[in-house]
Design a protein around this ligand. Structure first.
Ligand code: ZN
Length: 455
């Protein structure tokens, strides 16, 4: 199985960057055996074997890919792999004490990849499955790749290094998704959703000074985007991630003021502010604004979607306020809470986007309608940020911060959001395609939503 990488051009709802959208198994390939890479300090348990085979597989990929991507240069394997238990007695590793260091990292000065087999890896494996461990190692190996290819300089901000590492990880995952990996397999639907979902849990680079503040690794949105660029366009795209390219594209730099994120409670006042903002952003389309009402409303034989429903016949959006309030509850460890306020308001916006599509005579009930909706919600979101470069002025009074966009991305990668759903609440299976559509709107505005996601 293979495919042509594309970022622009065809936006098929049955493909993910040129590969078929699949929901098959993800994880180890049955009967694929084990690698014999030596690991120092390990106990040869399941987590050590998984991490070791991940590195072996990633090195196989780069051995083949590196010369093609970087002027014929050969890829040298990393010098040492080290396993430690952050709950055990600490030892010195690359200037860090491993006691309490729930981490995985690449250390350039010693050319070492190290992981915490005791806490971090089992936790990721239990929450997101084995491919989350592979994701982490692919990111760390991405740092080894950038060191070898010299695609960053010492002066580059941490976020440039991190964006490249996420991008290189995405390039490797394409190889896995194409079925070319020796040890692993991944579906382009649920499998990639989980791999991308885990990116935001990686906080490596111990001891590095942050160049741009506490979030120098990038927002979840930036990280998922970098992964997608690598997946779609390959390692050379990653090498183009320079200081200027990253500055122009990422939310990290776009939000010029460190805006204090304040969650808006789901109440009359907030909903009015959201509705005003939608009116203003979509005013130029000439569409008649829908009526927005609280409580479930009958809509012929149509089954209401939740937490918001659009009734095309009456041009009305009805809201399930308690459910919106649940979704707006910020995520907390170990409790079944929501995603945060923006994830709730983005779902209201998605139903509003359907109303705009109806006015334009577009279909509301197919897969394209879902992606078009995500793109239009992205366009609305992109006009609520303060832009440091001044290419576009924000619209209306409502403003969002990087954390808000990340709530939207988390919801887009989940199974149950309306942000990329059509009028019946159906979303395309690949979160990859959903986030991509949202990003296109966020960065490019409304126009591509109807041209790239045409009926
Ligand atoms: Zn990193």
């Amino acid at each position: 199985m293979s495919g042509t990488p594309t970022t622009f051009g065809s936006y098929s709802t049955t493909e993910v960057a040129g590969l078929p959208a699949t929901n098959g198994p993800s994880g180890r390939k049955p009967g694929s055996g084990r690698s014999d890479l030596p690991v120092d300090g390990g106990v040869n348990g399941e987590m050590d074997e998984l991490a070791r085979d991940a590195v072996a597989d990633i090195e196989d990929y780069w051995s083949a890919q590196f010369p093609q991507s970087f002027d014929g240069k050969q890829f040298a394997p990393v010098k040492r792999l080290i396993s430690y238990d952050s709950a055990g007695p600490g030892t010195q590793l690359c200037g860090e004490n491993t006691a309490g260091l729930t981490n995985a990292f690449y250390c350039p000065s010693e050319d070492v990849v190290a992981w915490d087999r005791g806490q971090l890896l089992p936790r990721l494996n239990a929450s997101f499955g084995p491919m989350s461990v592979v994701t982490v190692l692919a990111h760390e190996m991405g740092h080894a790749v950038q060191t070898r290819a010299a695609t960053v300089t010492r002066d580059d901000p941490v976020i440039v290094q991190e964006q490249q590492a996420d991008c290189f990880a995405g390039a490797y995952f394409r190889h896995v998704a194409e079925g070319s990996s020796k040890y692993f397999q991944i579906s382009t639907g649920q499998g990639l959703n989980q791999a991308m979902g885990v990116l935001n849990y990686i906080r490596d680079a111990p001891g590095e000074t942050d160049f741009t503040g506490a979030d120098a690794h990038g927002s979840a949105f930036d990280r998922v985007s970098a992964f997608q660029f690598g997946f779609s366009d390959g390692p050379r795209r990653c090498a183009q991630m320079t200081r200027d390219e990253v500055r122009a594209r990422t939310t990290q730099f776009r939000f010029w003021k460190q805006q204090q994120e304040q969650d808006l409670p789901v109440d009359r006042r907030s909903l009015d502010a959201v509705s005003d903002s939608l009116h203003e952003v979509f005013r130029d389309t000439g569409a008649a604004p829908p009526k927005i009402v609280a409580g479930t409303q009958a809509c012929g034989a149509r089954k209401a979607t939740t937490p918001a429903a659009f009734c095309p016949e009456t041009n009305t959006i009805s809201l399930d306020i308690p459910e919106l309030q649940r979704i707006a509850t910020p995520p907390r460890k170990g409790s079944a809470s929501g995603y945060g306020d923006f994830a709730a308001y983005a779902q209201v916006a998605s139903r509003y986007a359907l109303s705009v599509q109806q006015s334009a005579g577009l279909r509301l009930d197919d897969a394209q309608a879902g992606l078009r909706t995500a793109c239009m919600v992205g366009a609305w979101s992109g006009l609520l940020v303060e832009d440091p470069i001044g290419r576009r002025n924000p619209v209306g009074k409502l403003r969002i911060a990087p954390g808000d966009v990340d709530e939207g991305v988390a919801a887009l990668l989940g199974d149950d959001s309306l942000i990329a759903a059509n009028v019946n609440g159906d979303q395309v299976p690949a979160g990859f395609a959903r986030v991509e559509a949202f990003r296109i709107g966020f960065q490019q505005g409304l126009n591509p939503c109807t041209t790239k996601y045409a009926d």
